[in-house]
Design a binder for this molecule. Structure first.
Ligand code: BTN
Length: 254
């Protein structure tokens, strides 16, 4: 494999406290002060209003989580590849976390799980900046939370500390995670979605598990999770034996 001779990331800004690192990047872009460019990374010790998908809260305490976001240019990307950016970021993050001795799996569309508990969530948002399409990609990893802190999260969650009994200063993990992201987002940039889907499938959580697809009008369709399609869409084997593709609807795991 040819190694690329550039790095996607160029500057890292460390903040003590912010509402949300995704919001911070978007605000700085809107202000036009030039402090944020493609390749900028912003990490915070503490987020007061961390967000997840569908405007859910992302809970993290001071120095117990790694919370950061970065800005990427999408102007040279094929439109069909863009939906898979979250999968590429998931692969990069999971591969990096696995170098720490963890066994991370990817749960469609944007979570990293260890066994049946969530360790990390990813929130990708696209925006137009001076008519250029860009992505703000935010990653939250539970690092030092103990079981008591994790119990305040409304779904089963774990942390690196619970899994390994080792506490890490969260910012010290950032170079490792950025290395994984640089590698796999680089693959996505240069080779498109296919190698990302292949790698994602090798790390997939819950293959063959029963799931329900819930669309925006609330209608529910039961089935089994059988994989991810060429643009990152979930494939659901329905009870009549067909395969349905799910793009934006939520998935409820049984
Ligand atoms: C999810 O699980 O739905 C996604 C969670 C994403 C959380 C990260 S933390 C850094 C960045 N800033 C935010 O407000 N959200 C993302």
């Amino acid at each position: 494999m040819r190694l690329k001779d550039y790095c996607l990331f160029n500057t890292i800004t460390y903040l003590d406290q912010v509402d949300s690192t995704n919001n911070y990047i978007k605000r700085q872009l809107q202000s036009g002060d030039g402090s944020i460019k493609a390749g900028s990374v912003v990490a915070a010790r503490w987020q007061t209003l961390g967000r997840g998908r569908k405007d859910r809260k992302w809970i993290s305490g001071k120095d117990t989580s790694l919370t950061f976001s970065f800005l990427l240019d999408l102007k040279h990307k094929d439109t069909n590849d863009i939906a898979a950016i979250t999968l590429a970021a998931g692969v990069g993050t999971a591969m990096a976390l696995n170098t720490l001795g963890l066994d991370c799996r990817l749960k469609w569309p944007n979570d990293i799980f260890i066994q049946d508990k969530k360790l990390c969530g990813i929130l990708s948002e696209t925006i137009y900046n001076n008519q250029n399409l860009q992505a703000v990609c935010g990653i939250g990893i539970n690092v030092n939370m103990d079981n008591r802190a994790l119990s305040s999260i409304d779904a089963a969650a774990t942390s690196i500390y619970v899994e390994t009994a080792v506490k890490n200063p969260p910012f010290e993990l950032l170079p490792t995670i950025l290395t994984g992201l640089d590698q796999w987002l680089g693959v996505w940039y240069e080779q498109g979605t296919k190698p990302i889907i292949d790698k994602w499938m090798s790390l997939a959580y819950g293959l063959g598990k029963p799931v329900q697809s819930v669309n925006s009008s609330g209608s529910i369709e039961p089935g089994f999770f059988v994989g991810v399609g060429t643009q990152g869409q979930l494939k659901l084997r329905t009870v009549d034996g067909g395969v349905k593709e799910v793009w934006a609807g939520d998935i409820v795991w049984q």
